[in-house]
Design a protein around this ligand. Sequence first.
Ligand SMILES: C[S@@+](CC[C@H](N)C(=O)[O-])C[C@H]1O[C@@H](n2cnc3c(N)ncnc32)[C@H](O)[C@@H]1O
Length: 292
Amino acid sequence: MTSELSGALTLGKALRAAAAQLKAAPTPLLDARILLKLASGLDDAGLIAKSDDPLPAEQANIFSGLITRRASGEPVAYITGIKEFWSLEFHVSPDVLIPRDDSECLIEAVIARRAKDEAYNILDLGTGSGCLLCALLEEFPLSVGTGVDRSPAAIAIARANSQRLGLAPRARFVVGDWAKALEGGFDTIVANPPYIPDGDRPGLRVDVGYEPANALFAGEEGLDAYRAILADAPRILGSHGLMVFEVGDGQAEKLVEMVTKTFPEAETSTINDLKGRPRGVLADRKSFAEKD
Ligand SMILES: C[S@@+](CC[C@H](N)C(=O)[O-])C[C@H]1O[C@@H](n2cnc3c(N)ncnc32)[C@H](O)[C@@H]1O
């Protein structure tokens, strides 16, 4: 047990001591609370109600171990094995990227352009934990979807998440190199591919270093995965199709240019995340087709 958490502490004091140990993390108190819930088996209400109760020695030991892991940079989601996305619970491991809240703007962009009572054929390229595909299948109950990833371990996790969420009957998961082995016919395609330039690797936060490199890096400018996907996109996206990409900081303008070249007839626009930054680019072929 580390010195800060040793001794007979109440739950409340253990929580504050752990948060102080995590002061270098972006959200110390939140992280400490999640890990104390894991160590104690209590929920938020239980932590408040038992704040003045002593933390049993065995739980203090477990908590101390979890805080040490977090203090060394390991992401909370890899420690707990769980991350919420679109109010759904996803199991995660270091084989998959941890779903980011920012990516929810991709789901919102699809919802804004699609009718919930229609049946779509959705494709999620680089599905990882399966978070984007599962969120879309949850929102569009008549639709079916395919998730593709090059990593067999990621595909196993995505499939298990779809089963846990009751979405498996409408979801198919395939190991593959983007869409190369797929037949076309998709009307809604989402992709959050790797987009960090290789040269940015040394400057990344310590916790990002725990995530799989093949989920993060995409060549000198971070654009290699977009190029590979767009090379196949006209073949797999239907004539009324919608394609939505997540983009990294400073990449939106370049991707709009690339997408416009690929789909000159489509309406192309950027998508902002919750903080108002461009986080996505979409191409909507439907508006063009409707003018015919
Ligand atoms: C940034 S992660 C996105 C994961 C998930 N969609 C999300 O939003 O959290 C990118 C994913 O693309 C996958 N990937 C990388 N190269 C690929 C390729 N050539 N073909 C298919 N998937 C690939 C990685 O394994 C990783 O799971």
